[in-house]
Design a protein around this ligand. Structure first.
Ligand SMILES: Cc1ncc(COP(=O)(O)O)c(C=O)c1O
Length: 422
């Protein structure tokens, strides 16, 4: 007798990346440029030990952190996080309200809650192409259709093209199916691209003029992981054109501090949406781990977070430059290309002459044979027809291993034939 799952349960497909990672893990000699893991050596173990010691100094207060906390998250942490957005967005104090901020189990949970409370199966979400592939998996799992926005060669959303699509959907009475626009606005996964100030404002204006409410989900997971300077654009929370739109801004303390603590956060400008997400969160977990939040609250309060982040920026800059320099000449001569990011954890490579890089391709096989592993770029496109990109993550490997992984990658690339007919 086989179990009968719900529609949602039956719709679930094993994640592509989990399948690929399992293959990689079976080969202990494999160097992975695939997973978006963070730098291992610098993980702030001693900082956290000192914070835990501090927490334990006062027994009653310390024990409270080991008790359940509020569904919405710790008041102190929410206030710090709200102020951090105000500072990044150059807003005055109290421009944003702590009441609109909630702490989540990673920003991944906030993204899931956002779609779960906004969309029915068959509804649509506008996404960049390429986009964060685990977000596409959320949509797939919930039966929601991703609609690719037109993009420029520079990786910006093509606003005029988008407006053209809005007009077509409006004429066909289809616009109501589009529930939100999702953008990874800073040092994006997978491209490293940040949405410009101009494009962001134009998108807000285009959405505001529609006469149908399309919410905005701004995923700012990598906003603080710039190498030299923050990106110029303020968030949608601080741009006038978004003032009348429901905006959910999500970000995280995992990538810039300790991914294992899994503390993320979200700020929502719409009361109804926020209340619904919080109710569902209450059903899921009635609160993100209070102890992990207490650690993060202290780290933010006492400057350990910012000190660590400063260190991480230099580490990731160095890792990115190591990988880029290892590739520049040889891959460049073979016709591979990639933008050089100024933040984030990824290089986004395009193969020459459309050489396929998907999981079924000869190139993918060549890389596995050489002992290096990557995320096939097609996973990041809402339709998988684009098969000549690769996402490489330089987050977790040490620079010496990055060098070795790059050598293996180059050996695989050199073994390919690049005929113009591909
Ligand atoms: C663009 C983006 N958004 C959200 C997340 C979720 O991260 P977390 O749940 O650790 O906050 C990730 C993780 O890789 C990501 O790349």
């Amino acid at each position: 007798m086989s179990i009968k799952l719900s529609d949602l349960g039956s719709r679930q497909k094993p994640s592509d990346i989990t399948r690929l990672m399992t293959i990689a893990l079976e080969r202990p000699d494999m160097l992975s440029l695939a997973a978006g893991f963070t730098d291992n050596d610098s993980l702030p173990l001693l900082d956290i030990k000192s914070i835990v010691d501090e927490i334990a100094e006062t027994e009653a207060e310390g024990k409270k952190t080991l008790q359940y906390g509020a569904n919405v998250g710790r008041a102190g942490l929410r206030s710090i996080l709200t102020k951090r957005i105000e500072a990044s967005d150059e807003l005055g104090p109290d421009a944003l309200s702590d009441d609109r901020m909630f702490v989540s189990n990673g920003s991944q949970q906030a993204l899931y809650l956002a779609i779960q409370t906004l969309c029915n199966p068959g509804d649509c979400i506008l996404v960049e192409q390429p986009t964060y592939f685990v977000f596409l998996e959320i949509l797939d799992g919930l039966g929601v259709t991703p609609l690719a926005m037109p993009m420029t060669d520079e990786g910006e959303i093509h606003v005029e093209g988008l407006k053209g699509l809005f007009a077509e959907w409006q004429a066909a009475d289809e616009l109501h199916r589009i529930k939100a626009l999702y953008m990874v606005s800073y040092f994006a996964n997978p491209t490293g691209h940040s949405v410009s100030k101009k494009v962001k404002s134009e998108i807000g204006a285009a959405l505001s003029g529609l006469g149908t409410t399309i919410a905005v989900i701004e995923d700012a997971a990598y906003r603080e992981l710039y190498y030299e300077a923050p990106h110029e654009a303020r968030s949608c929370l601080a741009i006038e054109a978004y003032a009348d739109l429901p905006v959910l801004y999500t970000s995280t303390l995992t990538k810039p501090y300790a991914s294992g603590l899994k503390v993320g956060f979200a700020y929502c400008t719409d009361d109804t949406w926020l209340a619904s997400m919080l109710t569902v969160k209450g059903q899921q977990d009635f609160g993100t781990a209070n102890f992990a939040q207490a650690i993060m609250e202290r780290a933010l309060e006492n400057g350990l977070f910012d000190g660590h982040l400063e260190e991480l920026r230099a580490i990731y800059k160095n890792k990115m430059e190591t990988l880029h320099a290892a590739f520049e000449q040889e891959l460049g001569e073979l016709g591979w290309s990639w933008p050089v990011p100024s933040g984030g954890l990824y290089l986004w490579l395009r193969s020459p002459n459309g050489v396929r890089t998907d999981a079924e391709s000869e190139f993918h096989e060549a890389c596995i044979a050489k002992g290096v592993f990557y995320v096939p770029g097609d996973l990041c496109f809402p339709s998988s027809r684009i098969q000549d990109f690769i996402r490489l993550s330089f987050g977790t490997l040490a620079p010496i291993e990055i060098q070795r992984a790059a050598d293996r990658f180059k050996a695989a690339a050199s073994s390919m034939t690049y005929s113009a007919s591909q």
